[in-house]
Ligand binder design. Structure first.
Ligand code: GSH
Length: 217
């Protein structure tokens, strides 16, 4: 049995959870936060979530986990296209979403999680980075109807999980959200929400996010 360790407001946890659901693999979810404790680092050496346990072995880094699932369960739904160019596009979109949108947006995440104030320069810097990332992403996305083409792929797991979290986090700081300058993004997210597996990921995220926001006020 696969065990997924993570938390509902972690986009990387939700990316892996959506992949597991789409692949129809049985798994148990174990809610855990990140940690620098020695025992935790033995399972996830950067102290991050998510990590996966399969047959007593531990795997970390969400993209490595998705690639593992693809190889280890070849009879499940494929999340990477067989055409190398198409597969490269999937990986490019994941890289753009995570490196050039999620990582900059994290400068603001701390505020909601730790109740910190954010200096205006940080907000400005984040907005500039998000605008640059959004422009780059808009050059590669397809939204036809999925982000990398006409099939659901690993890029949808990453993009859906990340955009749903960023939107919640940055609304208090940056408005309008520069990510919605990506033509077709809102329609894409609305379409994704009609996917029962995406809705399964979104629901616990919304519950925890609401509770966090209440605590912060
Ligand atoms: N590159 C990692 C990123 C994972 C990540 O940043 N997880 C966050 C939660 S969404 C975390 O554990 N942060 C704690 C930390 O950075 O120490 C992946 O793809 O799994």
């Amino acid at each position: 049995m696969i065990k997924l360790y993570g938390y509902p407001i972690s986009n990387y946890t939700n990316k892996v959870k959506l992949a597991l659901l789409e692949k129809g693999l049985e798994f148990e979810e174990i809610r855990t936060g990140f940690s620098q404790d020695e025992e935790f680092l033995q399972k996830s050496p950067m102290g991050k979530i998510p990590y996966l346990e399969v047959d007593g072995k531990f795997l970390c880094e969400s993209s490595a986990i998705l690639e593992f699932l693809e190889q280890a369960y070849p009879n499940s739904k494929h999340l990477f296209p067989s055409d190398p160019f198409e597969a490269a596009l999937v990986r490019t979109i994941i890289s753009f979403v995570e490196n050039y949108i999620d990582i900059p947006a994290r400068r603001l995440y701390e505020s909601i999680v730790e109740g910190k104030d954010i200096p205006p320069e940080t907000v400005k810097l984040t907005e500039e980075s998000l605008r640059k990332g959004a422009k780059a992403l808009s050059r590669v996305v397809r939204f036809s109807p999925f982000i990398a083409g006409n099939e659901f792929t690993a890029a949808d797991c990453s993009a859906f999980a990340t955009f749903q979290i960023i939107n919640d986090h940055i609304a208090d700081w940056i408005s309008p959200n520069p990510l919605f300058e990506i033509p077709g993004l809102q329609a894409y997210l609305d379409m994704m929400m009609t996917n029962p597996n995406a809705a399964k990921v979104d629901k616990p995220k919304s519950v925890v996010m609401k509770a966090l926001k209440r605590l912060r006020k």
